[in-house]
Design a protein around this ligand. Structure first.
Ligand code: PEP
Length: 250
C-alpha cells in the first residue's frame, strides 16, 4: 500500500511571522493525521518553520537546491545547508524552475542524484505544457522528463523519491485535470517507471498530482487508482484550504 502524501509548495510567499503562524496552526490542526505531510517554504523561512514544526508529523522541504555541495555558486543553496536548517525533502524539476529558469533534465538529474546521496528525499516534478498536450505529446514529454531526471538513479534509491505529475496548464490557473485525465497520465507515469526499473518498483512509487488542487476537488482526485497524493501551491498558503486537502476522504 502506498501512503498518501500531501505536500504544500509555498513558493515565494510569506515573511517569517506569517510562516511561523501558519506552521503552528497546521501543527495543531494536523496532529495525528496519518497521511504524510510536507511543506516547502522559501529558503529563508525553512529554519523557523522547522523549529515551529519540531515534534510534529509535518516534514519540511525546500523548493530547489544547487547541484553542488559547496563552492563558488553565487545565489545557490547546497543540500548540506538545507539539512542544517531542518529540511529533509527537496522539490526538484518544478515547471517554474524548468520554464522560467531554464532547468534541463540533465541539470535536474544532477540535483536528484546529489540530493539522494546527501540524504534528502526528493519530489521530482514532471508535466506537459498546454501546447504539448494539444499536440498529443503528454506521454512522450513525461517519459523524457522521467528518463532524464532519473538517469542512473538506482532502484535502491526509489524509496526516497516521489514523482509529482503537474500539468503546467493547471498550475495556478484554477484549471484542474479531471480525475480521469490525471489518472490516465499517472498510469502512464507508472508504466514508464516500470520500463525504467520494473513493475514491482513502479507499483511502490508514490505519484502526486499537482495543479489547482483545492478542498473541493481533492476527494475526486485522491479517489483514483494511480493518484497517491497532491502537490499543492496556492491552496497550501491558507490553513482553511490546506487542512481539508490533507484530510481528504477517499
Ligand atoms: C504547484 O506550484 O506545484 C502547484 C500545483 O500550484 P497550484 O496548486 O497553485 O496550481
Amino acid at each position: 500500500m502506498r501512503t498518501p502524501y500531501i505536500a504544500g509548495n509555498w513558493k515565494m510567499h510569506m515573511v517569517k511571522s506569517e510562516a511561523v503562524s501558519l506552521a503552528s496552526e497546521l501543527k495543531s490542526a494536523l496532529a495525528g493525521v496519518e497521511h504524510r505531510v510536507m511543506i516547502a517554504p522559501a529558503f529563508t523561512l525553512i529554519e523557523s518553520v522547522a523549529a515551529t514544526l519540531a515534534g510534529s508529523n509535518i516534514l519540511v522541504g525546500a523548493q530547489n537546491m544547487a547541484p553542488a555541495v559547496s563552492g563558488a555558486h553565487t545565489g545557490e543553496v547546497s543540500p548540506g545547508m538545507l539539512k542544517d536548517v531542518g529540511a529533509t525533502v527537496v522539490i526538484l524539476g518544478h515547471s517554474e524552475r524548468r520554464n522560467s529558469y531554464g532547468e534541463s533534465d540533465q541539470l535536474i538529474n544532477e540535483k536528484v542524484s546529489l540530493a539522494l546521496s546527501e540524504g534528502l528525499e526528493v519530489i521530482l516534478c514532471v508535466g506537459e505544457t498546454l501546447e504539448e498536450r494539444e499536440a498529443g505529446a503528454v506521454d512522450a514529454v513525461v517519459r523524457t522528463q522521467l528518463a532524464g531526471g532519473l538517469n542512473a538513479i538506482p532502484e535502491s534509491a526509489l524509496s526516497s523519491i516521489t514523482i509529482a505529475y503537474e500539468p503546467v496548464w493547471a498550475i495556478g490557473t484554477g484549471r484542474t485535470a479531471t480525475p480521469e485525465d490525471a489518472d490516465a497520465v499517472h498510469a502512464s507515469v507508472r508504466t514508464v517507471l516500470g520500463d525504467l526499473y520494473n513493475d514491482g518498483a513502479a507499483q511502490k512509487m508514490v505519484i502526486q498530482y499537482g495543479g489547482s488542487v483545492k478542498p473541493d476537488n481533492v476527494d475526486g482526485l485522491m479517489g483514483m487508482k494511480n493518484i497517491d497524493g497532491a502537490l499543492v501551491g496556492g491552496a497550501s498558503l491558507k490553513a482553511d484550504s490546506f487542512i481539508p486537502i490533507v484530510r481528504f476522504q477517499r
